[in-house]
Design a protein around this ligand. Structure first.
Ligand code: FAD
Length: 581
């Protein structure tokens, strides 16, 4: 038998978008529940780097970042162009700082730090900032979660227990063999790990810290979160969304929503059928690092309720290396460091390797469509590169893990010619490509693709290599070819929403009672990526906007919903205690 419940608001999905929406709704005095499909909470957000891009937010202001609303508007417009309605861009920029202040004034867990110097992804665009506009959650002691600690979604790669590093630490750690800052940071992280062990602390950082901070805030605000509760469909009356049907721990439930439903159930990265339907070029669910539960159910439910979709052919792409034992490795820093290049199957460079990850994969797909095989592309590096930098999480000078060699993902050879022959790339072309690149490296100017010209390129470059920290010749064997596939952090297409996060139908009219945020909605970033955190930042902001719009609505969305609300019991919960399922 179907159990029935009723709240003002039902939020679907416990990532950054959903938890921020539920928290805001609770702070605005609404009764709210959050349902989450998985047995764990946090979705891709918990797996992520936790970077948040919100211009002019209070953390940036306190750090003295020279931003202004006008500058931010100019920059976002330059990044997304006409692809995203201006009102939606403006809503994100106007309400972002407000969201940070609003929740910060109410949650004792709301602590963030500036990612100093993590450049906007297009700092050379009007309004772009080389200092960056990215922040991240401060690390937090996992013991605060108590029995909920094991419910946090696990990252694709986790280090040993007790070790936690921040985005800024990661930046420095990449230079462990090259700079004093790298060595100092390694010592700091090591010393913190020892102190944590002695004191019994369980530090969480990056996306885990963000998910934990949101979860703890929800717990304090008394918001019931039902894990293991997948949405099955939206309930509509007279064209308005008035609730959801779900399965709560295997039992069918009907949860009525007096004011509305916020869909925040992530993207469709793990749904091969949808990927092939909407995205052209080779696709695989093995190339994404997004949460495995994200199969587009929120998007499809919204479509069934009449919602239109947009940006479905795009994703938060990034060149990635397959891992024979699990999720792939999303390459962030490797492409910027000097001494490696990317080539296609013709043995030619085709892109500024250090460019923002979304743009590099766009080029891979464009070139693939133009007829030259770029999938996988090859990342070519020499032994000097391997001796200097972390690679796929492995320390400098360490041998390439055998599993990559055995799986044919990485190929090793003493000479470039042998390498080319092994991977089936024309040897003469590869030799010419490397020779030309080496000349650029010596002069410090990449005449083909301008690698290292942008402050973004240089963020993960090697400051000890001058004049261009992203360029060094490839000359010392053995040489390596690493297959690079078009991986992603998740998809960015979804339900069309307006500046209030209301889901729009094909006629651009809002569907009463239905809101969407995060990867469940079409991104305010359009086809690009403004800076580190440009998926989580907007996810949180539009979750906040949705909840406020619901709170500001004086009446339930429809007359039918109003009469339904009188019949049902307010906010009954399943037997299990909130947040403890
Ligand atoms: C390794 C990695 C690093 C990243 N680093 C960053 C970064 O530093 N900064 C940044 O901005 N972005 C980053 N991203 C991308 C970012 O994490 C996501 O784009 C973002 O977290 C999406 O948030 P969301 O709330 O939309 O979805 P999610 O966080 O994915 O949450 C969606 C939730 O909905 C649940 N769900 C799905 N279907 C249903 C259903 N039927 N019923 C109920 N619940 C459902 C899922 O289980 C999931 O918990 C990274 C991603 C990864 C994987």
């Amino acid at each position: 038998m179907t159990q029935e419940f009723e709240f003002d608001v039902v939020v679907v999905g416990s990532g950054a978008a959903g938890m921020t929406a539920a928290l805001t709704a609770a702070y605005r005095g609404l009764s709210v529940t959050l349902i989450e499909k998985s047995r764990s909470f946090g979705g891709s957000t918990a797996r992520s780097g936790g970077g948040i891009w919100i211009p002019n937010n209070p953390v940036l202001q306190a750090a003295g970042v020279p931003d202004s609303p006008e500058l931010a508007r100019t920059y976002l417009k330059a990044v997304v162009g006409e692809r995203v309605p201006e009102e939606k861009q403006r809503a994100f920029l106007d309400h972002g700082p407000e969201m940070m202040r609003y929740i910060g004034a109410r949650s004792k867990y709301w602590q963030f730090v500036y990612d100093r110097g993590y450049s906007d992804y297009h700092p050379e665009f009007p309004g772009g900032l080389a200092q960056g506009r990215s922040i991240e959650p401060a690390p937090i002691d996992g013991r605060l979660l108590g029995g909920d600690l094991h419910k946090i979604n696990q990252p694709t790669m986790s280090g040993p227990k007790g070790i936690a590093f921040t985005v800024s630490d990661f930046h420095d750690l990449n230079m462990i063999a090259r700079t004093w800052a790298g060595k100092r940071t390694a010592m700091k992280v090591g010393a913190q790990a020892v102190a944590n062990k002695l004191r019994g602390r369980l530090p969480l950082s990056l996306g885990k810290a963000l998910a934990a901070r949101l979860w703890l805030s929800l717990r304090d605000a008394g918001v019931p979160v039902w894990l293991n509760t997948p949405l099955t469909e939206l309930v509509t009356e007279a064209g308005a969304v008035v609730g959801v049907r779900a399965e709560h721990q295997g039992v069918p439930v009907l949860i009525k929503a007096r004011r509305g439903v916020v869909l925040a159930a992530g993207g469709f990265e793990h749904n091969l059928e949808m990927r092939e339907q909407y995205i052209s070029g080779p696709q695989s669910t093995d190339w994404t690092v997004g949460a495995t539960e994200n199969v587009g159910e929120g998007i499809v439910a919204g479509q069934k309720a009449g919602g239109a979709v947009d940006l479905m052919d795009d994703a938060w792409w990034g060149p990635s290396v397959r891992n024979p034992e699990g999720p792939p490795f999303f390459c962030l820093a490797e492409r910027a460091q000097p001494g490696g290049i990317m080539v296609n199957h013709a043995g030619q460079r085709f892109v500024n390797e250090s460019a923002p990850y979304v743009n590099v994969v766009h080029t891979m797909y464009e070139q693939q469509a133009a007829g030259v095989d770029h999938i996988p592309a090859y990342f070519i590096m020499d032994q000097t590169f391997r001796d200097r930098y972390l690679f796929l999480g492995n320390f400098p000078k360490r041998p390439i893990p055998q599993k990559y060699l055995d799986a044919g993902i990485i190929t090793q050879a003493d000479t470039l010619e042998q390498l080319a022959n092994k991977i089936g790339v024309p040897a003469a072309t590869l030799a010419a490509t490397v020779q030309r690149f080496n000349a650029f490296a010596r002069s410090g100017r990449d005449e083909d693709y301008g690698r290292g010209d942008s402050a973004y390129d240089r963020y993960y470059g090697d400051p000890t290599v001058q004049p261009n920290p992203c360029l060094a010749p490839l000359e010392r064997g053995p040489f390596y070819a690493v297959e690079m596939v078009p991986g992603d952090l998740g998809t960015k297409g979804g339900l069309c929403t307006d500046e209030y996060a209301r889901v729009l139908d094909e006629q651009n009219a809002p569907i009463a009672g239905l809101y969407a945020a995060g990867n469940n909605s079409a991104s305010v970033m359009g086809n690009d990526y403004a800076g580190a955190g440009a998926t989580i930042g907007p996810a949180m902001v539009f979750g906040y906007i949705a909840a406020n719009h619901l709170a500001d609505a004086r009446e339930p969305q429809t007359a039918a919903a109003a009469s339904a609300s009188k019949r049902a019991t307010n906010g009954r919960k399943p037997a299990a205690r909130a947040g403890q399922e």
